[in-house]
Write a protein that binds this ligand. Sequence first.
Ligand code: NDP
Length: 341
Amino acid sequence: QGGERQIGYCVIGLGRIANHFIGGVQGSSASKITGLVSGHRDKAEKFAARLGVPKSSIYSYEDMDRMRDNKSIDAVYVALPNSMHAEYTIRSAKAGKHVLCEKPMCTSVSDARDMIAACKAANVKLMIAYRLHYEPTNLRAIDLIRQGALGKVQVIESANGFYETLGEWRLNKALSGGGPLMDVGIYSLNATRYLTGEEPESFTASVSTIDHDGRFDTVEENTTWTTKFPSGILASCCTTYGAGMRSYYRVYGSKGWLEVGSFGYEGLRLQANYHDGVKGSPATVLDEPNTEPDPKQFTRESDHFTECILQNKTPKTPGEEGLRDMECMQRIYKAAGVVAL
Ligand code: NDP
């Protein structure tokens, strides 16, 4: 990007993921942090001092629409609880800013459609922050499958979950929109879609809550689902807020399997074992750890959006990609007999 204009990002919501994103942007020459939106002015001023953001580029949730007049802000990064994504995406679009919005895109299919429409109307770009679409280990897995290394893919299994504690907004449906499916199960859902390159034909699903200790008064604790893809590939996935889980996916094909351990920010590892089908020839065994440290994934993600803005290209994970997951999650809840989204 030598000599090219840097893209300025305003971070909306200074929580955990925002810290990773800010680190990722600091690791890039293409982008910089030029604005902050927060409900906590003291915290925002500390971030601003550290990042060299002028105090005049710090906003509250109430007055952030004023960023329309701030030329140093090209784009926003929406890092708020899920149910706030739609409002802040739409307000940012109306202020003329491109929007990089965290996953899940929002908490309803209709909000997702409204977000896409608002960004179109304002002629700004919308990207959903699916960081693994830009991550080398996942790209390698997709490549191996597309090359036919595994033969015909038959089934996929995947899990992602953790033990959630009382008081977190993730357990408050008004802010999260739903349980672990919306937060971490979405990684398995999205992976089964990018690994197969297909859109789900049908779902079966179940939800349950085992712990009645106040944590699961508004959202479910566990969700499992199966997906049938048009080719016949079946995926079996589970997610929980009730137990620590080893997150991974494993893809089984007629010639062998591959596994990516972890959907995390670092420490991903691809393992595979497949054969070329010729009798007597040895199997190919892969064990490829990704040694890139956090927050490199966020540098890759922001670099992509910055490139799309500078070169007027559509992001690889546009609003429509987020909408597809919202539709799938609605169908999963429906298959489980839960009225949601
Ligand atoms: P945090 O709770 O750590 O941060 C959310 C921030 O939003 C808060 O710090 C606060 O910022 C602001 N906020 C505004 N209103 C509220 C409210 N009512 N309750 C709580 N926070 C509020 O959340 P995360 O950073 O973990 O998650 C934020 C988003 O990022 C979610 O949509 C989540 O799904 C997504 N995420 C994505 C990940 C990924 O790998 N792509 C990983 C983790 C999360 P302030 O004090 O500045 O106002």
